[in-house]
Design a protein around this ligand. Structure first.
Ligand code: GDP
Length: 177
């Protein structure tokens, strides 16, 4: 509704990438609509949702893209990355493999995206602390080495979701303004 009353100063495209089932769709649902559903996944095909926010007195429309299952078929296309100014690399902190695959996703991202893209590493499902398979320090070390922002989140409990998106969007804003 806010969209009616404000002119949009900026549109920022941010893509979500990472293995299937790490929680990309639920992170987006939490950020864009403050919703979560335990039983997700509707359609296959690229989808995005938007949320308009104010950063530094400017109206920024965040256009967040979800692979919507394409990653299962290794079919994330260059069109998905085109025009992206931010990327969230998401793993499931209870699944070591999803973290180990971050290097592969980063390589794919760097092969397709603009070199100035802002990248944030996200360890999702921090509500499942007792099942943790990726120590925070491992992720911090990877993030530092690769020059990524890093945050642990829970789409289920809403932990750090807003903060993660705000951080990446604010950083993008800083770079382009
Ligand atoms: P995607 O394939 O990466 O888009 O993953 P989904 O968003 O579809 O989530 C996969 C599964 O993990 C679903 O059953 C979600 O309900 C669940 N899930 C997503 N985020 C969280 C979270 O933060 N905590 C917990 N416990 N489960 C989550």
């Amino acid at each position: 509704y806010g969209d009616f009353n404000h002119k949009i100063d900026y549109v920022f495209k941010v893509v979500l990438i990472g293995d299937s089932a790490v929680g990309k769709t639920q992170l987006l649902a939490r950020f864009a609509r403050n919703q979560f559903s335990a039983d997700s996944k509707a359609t296959i095909g690229v989808e995005f949702q938007t949320k308009t926010l104010i950063i530094d007195n400017k109206t920024v429309k965040a256009q967040i893209w979800d692979t919507a299952g394409q990653e299962r078929y290794r079919a994330v296309t260059s069109a998905y990355y085109r025009g992206a100014v931010g990327a969230m690399l998401v793993y499931d902190m209870t699944k070591r493999q999803s973290f180990d695959n971050m290097a592969k996703w980063l390589e794919e991202l760097r092969g397709h995206a603009d070199k100035n893209i802002v990248v944030m590493l996200i360890g999702n499902k921090c509500d499942l602390g007792t099942l943790r398979a990726v120590p925070t320090e491992d992720a911090e070390e990877f993030a530092q080495r690769e020059n990524l922002f890093f945050m642990e989140t829970s789409a289920l409990e809403s932990t750090n979701v807003e903060t993660a998106f705000l951080t990446i969007l604010t950083e993008i804003y800083r770079l382009i303004s």
